[in-house]
Ligand binder design. Sequence first.
Ligand SMILES: [Ca+2]
Length: 309
Amino acid sequence: MTWASNLTSPFPIQPCAQITNANGTLLSASDRQDLAKENKTKCMQVFGVLLAGTAGASSAAMKLGANIVAQLLDPNCDGQVDDPNVAAKLNRFNPDANAPWFNFGTDSHSEESTMQPSASSQAWKAQGDPSYIPAIVLEEAFHMVHQYGWAVVYPDAIGFKQWGNSKQSVACRCMRDAQCAWYQHPENGGCTNSNGTKCYNLELEWEMFKSDAILGTCSSGTCANPSCDCMEFFHKVETTWLGNKFNGYNRMLAKLNEFKSPPLLLNQRAAVEKLLGQSSQCQTLLQHMKSATMPLPKTYIKETYQCGR
Ligand SMILES: [Ca+2]
């Protein structure tokens, strides 16, 4: 994806007080009040998913966000959501759904909200260099759709449970197999691989290893919880496999570079598949990623969306 400040989207930006879904339904009265109170005046809706921004928020970043959300919900590009159950979980026009919304502002404070769950777009972080906006918005859109949509409808494949839960997802089990071997979140320490061998994070000043930690998890750091570590892991694996710009971490980068170099000379997608081929849980995760019945994107996420038009 490349950044374009004149990007277009088939989803119009509308006043938040008047925006309706495809059935003509307004947002709830309380949502309209909260949006007005928080100066969110610019709204878009994509298959019921709400994006809302302040007057100063980048309209191009919002359009980019809308086009990305559309591709995440319509992987087969026929102009309709692939999985109505996933879309229903993300439908802010149904007040009972407790759906998230995609929040666009100009700084950290303007992307905070009392209207929950709010998913901060963080596009403002790239103010100095807008070329970073596409990767940031893709990551935040992906986490929103994953956490509140895919993980809820497909908990056994790509959800996340507390460490030690016997019903842990395939994605979290694959992450445990990858831990230290080819994955480690840069904020985490006290990590072990799936055999219990410690690996260290040289960026941290100290690390604490819990003797009773689940193998393949981390005992310290801000992303050691499965709600962060599994989510970040799956975002890195899936978007790299799709062929989007790699924005993963050092251990994965090193392995990918090894597979992309002689003698293997694999492309990025094949390199990810080779990484996932190294354990049975990761092989199962790859099967889910490729499965026609799993509504996950199968091809590169673009900045535009013209499906079904
Ligand atoms: Ca579709």
